[in-house]
Write a protein that binds this ligand. Structure first.
Ligand SMILES: Nc1ncnc2c1ncn2[C@@H]1O[C@H](COP(=O)(O)OP(=O)(O)OP(=O)(O)O)[C@@H](O)[C@H]1O
Ligand SMILES: O=C(O)[C@@H](O)C(=O)CO
Length: 421
């Protein structure tokens, strides 16, 4: 199938988030981990390339995204989507703006839109200001993010230092009037030379209007939710043949499962606390790992029945994380934990695990890399933005779900295991 929409995501969990929302309409969505070495083959109507460039140096992120764009163009795509975090994670250097400008240049596009809103997960934009639940972004926990602290809630002000061309807004009052007034407002801004336009959206209805208004732009950018309506729009107008509406994949995968959690977000802490009462669990201590490696955890894992879906976690409260980071350094602590979880994932696969529930973006990157997963097909959604995915690893079909730190209900781990038949 020729690719209709080519998507580039700046991290792995963000990529599965986007792929899951696109797959809601039933279309087949394929996700590649990194830009494939080989030219496009066996492509889906919706292709997502997952990169790990959210906090990479600007030039590196731009080069990777341009390579991804080339691959997607070779797959036949003529419209593109640049996916970043629904909390607009970036610094004054980038990478949201510089990547968007580079993609616009390659596509000869003179305007693009920015809409990280994800109402189902509490992200809303009003008058260009991003809210997380009821808090402005800069008052939410994102203000203390270790790599991309978000200290302003105004998306125009956040974007301006990242781009060279003027930034504007289509506000909620216009969005409420419908797709045509939004298109008119974008055209007016274009004639004034405004290349980068933030879009207000507080509810899913706004996103349907915006997707309808922007669907023919060469490049749209945002969180996953503004892309969600696109497959249905393409099916409706025949851009996608009707048979594409039933492309969902549902392979049967043995029930032997493992839960691996390296996210330390408040939500993951709550999810781990609840699941610890339901399944055997093992806590990884970064200091102990630094001294003795993962052997004790591997020995524990070897004793487990994977039908019980045991949990191995490094998830800890902020004080414990800080203590480990002070002793080991932030990067080293993260790396030790990621390496251990990656080693344990491979050991679990050898032991027969075929269902992997993974929490945390960096953690997901480390685990999928260790399992040598290069492509995921997207299955059923467990929670908004968190689908089950299917891949081949060491010649076997496995199911994986990669959960963003902040996503999912407190019952996420059991929800995930119950969602897969
Ligand atoms: N107890 C711990 N002490 C120090 N670092 C830890 C600990 N547990 C996990 N880590 C590290 O913290 C980082 C967590 O990042 P990760 O991206 O996996 O989760 P997240 O930030 O919650 O997820 P997302 O990016 O999806 O929001 C990883 O590098 C992980 O190895
Ligand atoms: O948009 C989001 O919030 C997530 O998909 C994400 O990018 C987490 O890293």
């Amino acid at each position: 199938m020729t690719t209709v929409l080519g998507c580039i995501a700046d991290d792995f969990t963000g990529a599965t988030d986007l792929a899951g929302l696109l797959a809601r309409s039933g279309v087949k969505v394929s996700l590649r981990m990194g830009v494939p070495d080989a030219p496009p083959q066996d492509t889906a109507a919706f292709e997502v390339i997952a990169l790990k460039c959210r906090t990479a140096p600007v030039a590196e992120a731009v080069a990777e995204c341009r390579a991804a764009l080339k691959w997607l163009q070779a797959a036949g795509a003529q419209r593109f989507f640049w996916k970043y975090c629904s909390t607009f994670d970036s610094t004054s250097e980038g990478n949201i703006g510089p990547v968007a400008e580079a993609l616009m240049a390659d596509l000869n596009a003179d305007q693009t839109v920015y809409c990280p809103a994800f109402p189902e997960n509490g992200r809303a934009i009003f008058m260009g200001n991003l809210f997380v639940g009821r808090q402005p972004l800069a008052e939410s926990p994102m203000k203390d993010h270790p790599l991309t602290p978000m200290r302003d809630s105004n998306l125009m002000r956040l974007l301006e230092p990242q781009v060279t061309q003027p930034v504007g807004l289509v506000d909620r009052l216009t969005v409420a009037k419908g797709a045509k007034p939004v298109r008119d407002a974008l055209n007016t801004l274009k004639t004034q030379g405004t290349a980068h336009v933030v879009l207000d959206a507080v509810a899913d209805d706004d996103l349907y209007i915006l997707a309808e208004a922007c669907r023919d732009m060469p490049l749209m950018t945002g969180g996953s939710a503004i892309a969600m309506p696109l497959p249905a729009l393409y099916l409706k107008d025949g851009t996608l043949p009707a048979e594409e509406a039933d492309g969902a994949v549902r392979p049967l995968v043995p029930k032997r499962s493992i839960v691996l959690s390296g996210s330390c977000s408040a939500m993951t802490n709550a999810q781990v606390a609840l699941y610890r009462d339901k399944a055997p669990s093992y806590r990884l201590d970064p200091l102990e790992l630094a001294e003795n490696g993962p052997q004790a955890a591997l020995d524990w894992l070897a004793q487990q029945d994977l039908h019980d879906a045991p949990l191995i976690y490094a998830t800890a409260d902020p004080a414990s994380v800080k203590a480990a980071q002070e002793k080991l350094g932030v990067a080293k602590a993260g790396e030790i934990v990621e390496n251990a979880l990656a080693t344990l994932a491979v050991a679990a696969r050898t032991q027969g695990a075929r269902r992997f529930v993974v929490a945390g973006g960096e953690t997901s990157g480390a685990v999928t890399k260790a399992l040598e997963v290069t492509r995921l097909d997207i299955g059923a959604e467990i929670a908004p933005g968190v689908p089950w995915c299917f891949a081949t690893s060491a010649g076997e079909t496995i199911a994986l779900t990669l959960k963003s730190g902040n996503f999912g209900a407190e019952t996420f781990f059991t929800d995930a295991l119950e969602r897969l038949t």
